[in-house]
Write a protein that binds this ligand. Structure first.
Ligand code: AGP
Length: 584
């Protein structure tokens, strides 16, 4: 959610920053901008649109120090004026987050003065200008005492050949190079530029020059933050011969499951220790992560026979939930930075619950809160739509449920990557994608675990193809939604649970009798014959009933991808969205 990059070195800053922003575009792509410092003078370039809109002009920006931004608009529409950097007086700033009290601050300190933009962020540069008396750290500290909300801010000042960073509730990292140093929202911006990074803590202020980095904590005491290996490499950002990251990442599902299984072996005993004596589990996350939690609920209740609830993190954190020390909260987040999920985990900690983080991001905020971190081995996921991280999360959650139940889940999971590969090799989803692209709406239906995947299928389709879609329990259709079924609608029915196949096939018949089109994603024997000539049948390999989501997920992900292509959408960068949602 907005990407920021800062550079202080001896090379031309605008080139480095531009390339870094390209790698952070998944955080937002409404506008982009760069400001550099040269001989004590700030120059800025900012435009509505994707980062590439800057390319033809970046050479105008001289200087070896600078900051850049790629925006996901919150306050103020996407426009040149609202693009960052915001420049005023001796300062330019870029901001990721939301300043919740910007109107109050504007009124209090600037009365009727007209600002240059409609953003909440401009208040930061205006306040810096107001409070600065030659002491940059002092001015940053002063504004941190009055800003409310979340921010990672990078600043250049005409008086200082370097960049300053201020952070609270939004991620900011420092990168250490050779004669050059960096700041960024996220490690991919620094892939190939530096092999060591530090993660800033809330309240930190960092001063970064080409020669070194000084970090001050909340009390303005000098501190050293741990140096960590930068796991993002240029190879991890490569498209691997695919036209889009989404396709590349779906193809990496088998590896994601296998790496998650292997990584789990290193944390299994810690998970066992942390979860000992737990009597109830609450699983929380947002979007796709929440959907993987729906699958986990089934695992925990079926294997462990203790109550498990799945809660949307943005609701959970505000509903005054009953959390006791005998409750375990499993917080799931690909990025580990989703504001609602991080806050839900903090709430759980404050109530004395045990917190398990399931995340793809080893240095993220969520990992700092949890009692134990279960790594998802998806590797870098660039496409805004989550694919291999969803299946990695399901694998991790299956393993956690196995540990709780004392079952060797790893052994069962061992066979799945091969079946995922088979699914990828043999699946033919083109006819169904064509049906969806032409449809007036798509309903994803399923029962029990298949319903959980139906919700994810629907989210994926609407997210990247913009085709209206809903996920429903197959049995619920007749209680109202059936009224929407007509010749223009498509029902995608997921049927992998032999026990419930007959019941789900009832839903198929109900849709067909109302002239709706039907496709079935299934591994149930004999289903093609029963539906021959009446429904499109997409077969996936047979497997353990609890692990079928790892295969049906591939089908719905490929369906969304192909439908998006038919409708000429960009599957990697869907409109209005960003990958890492670090604001409320
Ligand atoms: C998935 O395709 C979405 N882009 C979105 O729902 C995502 O899963 C959600 O924002 C949560 O993100 P997280 O896993 O990084 O917390």
């Amino acid at each position: 959610m907005c990407g920021i990059v800062g550079f202080a070195g001896a090379r031309r800053a605008s080139d480095i920053i531009y390339n870094g922003l390209k790698q952070l575009e998944y955080r937002g792509y409404d506008s982009a901008g760069i400001a550099t410092l040269s001989d004590g003078k700030i120059s800025a370039l900012k435009r509505r649109g994707r980062v590439s809109v800057l390319e033809s002009e970046i050479e105008k920006l001289g200087g070896v120090t600078g900051i850049g931004h790629t925006r996901w608009a919150t306050h103020g529409k996407p426009s040149d004026e609202n693009a960052h950097p915001h420049v005023f007086g001796k300062f330019a700033i870029v901001h990721n987050g939301i300043i919740e009290n910007y109107s109050d601050l504007k009124e209090k300190y600037f009365g009727g003065v007209k600002f240059n933009s409609d953003t909440d962020s401009e208040i930061i540069v205006r306040l810096l200008d107001k409070f600065y008396g030659g002491d940059l750290v002092g001015a940053l500290k002063k504004i941190s005492l009055i800003l409310k909300g979340s921010y990672a801010v990078a600043v250049i000042c005409a008086d200082f050949e370097g960049i300053a960073v201020l952070k609270r509730n939004n991620p900011a990292i420092i990168g250490y190079g050779d004669g050059e140093n960096f700041a960024a929202s996220d490690a991919p911006a620094l892939a190939g530029l530096c092999s060591e990074i530090s993660v800033l803590d809330d309240g930190d202020i960092a001063l970064i020059t080409k020669d070194g980095v000084n970090i001050f904590d909340e009390n303005l005491q000098g501190v050293v933050r741990e140096r960590l290996v930068n796991l993002a490499t240029p190879a991890s950002l490569d498209l691997g011969g695919c036209p889009h990251y989404m396709l590349k990442e779906i193809r990496e599902v088998p590896a994601s499951v296998e790496r998650t299984r292997l990584a789990y072996l290193t944390v299994e005993s810690k998970v066992k220790e942390v979860l000992r004596g737990v009597k109830r589990v609450i699983i929380t996350g947002c979007g796709t992560a929440y959907n993987s939690g729906l699958v986990a609920k089934r695992y925990i209740e079926s294997f462990v026979k203790i109550p498990a609830e799945t809660e949307i993190a943005g609701e959970f954190r505000y509903k005054n939930p009953v959390i006791t020390p005998e409750t375990a909260v499993i917080a799931i987040s690909q990025s580990g930075e989703t504001a609602d999920t991080v806050e839900a985990a903090k709430l759980a900690v404050s109530c004395g619950a045990k917190v398990v983080a399931v995340t793809n991001a080893p240095y993220s905020q969520l990992t700092r809160i949890a009692d134990v971190v279960v790594p998802v081995g998806a590797g870098s996921e660039i496409c805004v739509a989550a694919t291999k991280s969803y299946t990695g999360q399901i694998a991790a959650l299956y393993l956690i449920a196995g540990t709780l139940a004392g079952i060797d889940a790893s052994e069962k999971l061992l066979k799945i990557p091969k079946l995922c590969k088979e699914t990828l090799e043999h699946i033919d989803i083109d006819t169904l994608a064509d049906m969806c692209a032409r449809s007036g709406g798509v309903y994803f239906l399923g029962r029990d675990i298949d319903y959980a995947v139906a919700l994810e299928g629907s989210l994926k389709l609407k997210e990247i193809s913009y085709v209206p879609s809903e996920g429903y329990p197959a049995g619920e259709l007749k209680h109202g939604t059936l009224a929407l079924i007509d010749i223009k609608t498509v029902a995608v029915v997921i049927i992998t649970d032999e026990r419930l196949a007959g019941k789900s096939e009832n839903a198929v018949e109900q849709v067909l009798s109302r002239k709706g089109k039907v496709a079935v994603i299934s591994n149930v024997a004999g289903i093609e014959k029963r539906l021959e000539g009446r429904a499109e049948v997409i077969k996936i390999p047979a497997c353990d009933e609890f692990l079928s989501p790892l295969l049906s997920a591939i089908a719905v992900q490929l369906l969304a991808y192909k439908t998006a292509l038919l409708l000429d959408r960009d599957p990697d960068k869907p409109r209005n969205l960003a990958k890492s949602v670090t604001v409320e």
